[in-house]
Design a protein around this ligand. Structure first.
Ligand SMILES: [Zn+2]
Length: 166
């Protein structure tokens, strides 16, 4: 069982299958999509690693109900045809772009260790430089916000602390 969890966590890049947050091994657990109590197999196809708290909540609920719970948390999920296709592709595009920018800046920051920018202004300048000064001030601010909300940095009184993944 422990091996299975390790393997799933590796496959999922150390992140919870559902919330996509990085979780320490002690907080991770094996969730059977179709609960074992409902006849779900212990095979890899039926198993994901997720936060213990969520696993406890999903427990032996039928898959249908689990899907509902997960979908309820995903404000951004839209079925095709519900909004105009132009709008849908546009929002996916900008989400992808934001994700790419965020990955790029966190990769850059990792490479800078241990000489990381220590103040918000210095970090702002670093981001500006990484993107060859092509970002607007708002885009830089929103990247800073996302670094914070994804838990990679903490800002206290203009000082930046880093919690970058290894
Ligand atoms: Zn989770």
């Amino acid at each position: 069982m422990a091996k299975q969890l390790e393997k799933l966590m590796f496959v999922q890049g150390g992140r919870c299958f559902f919330c996509e947050q990085r979780i320490p091994a002690t907080e991770a657990s094996v969730e059977h999509l179709i609960a074992r109590a409902n006849g779900g197999p212990n095979s890899e196809d039926n198993c994901v690693a997720c936060c213990k708290s969520l696993n406890a909540l999903l427990a032996n609920k039928p898959l249908k109900e689990k899907l509902r719970i997960v979908l309820n948390q995903r404000g951004q999920f839209k079925c095709p045809g519900h909004s105009s296709s132009k709008e849908a592709s546009c929002s996916t595009g900008s989400n992808n772009l934001r994700f790419e920018r965020l990955s790029r800046i966190s990769a850059d920051l990792k490479n800078r260790r241990p000489a990381l920018p220590r103040t918000v202004n210095a970090l702002r300048n670093t981001i500006d430089a990484v993107f060859q000064k092509k970002l607007t001030a708002e885009e830089i601010v929103s990247l800073l916000d996302e670094l914070q909300s994804s838990g990679q940095i903490t800002v206290r009184e203009n000082k930046v602390e880093y919690q970058l993944a290894p």
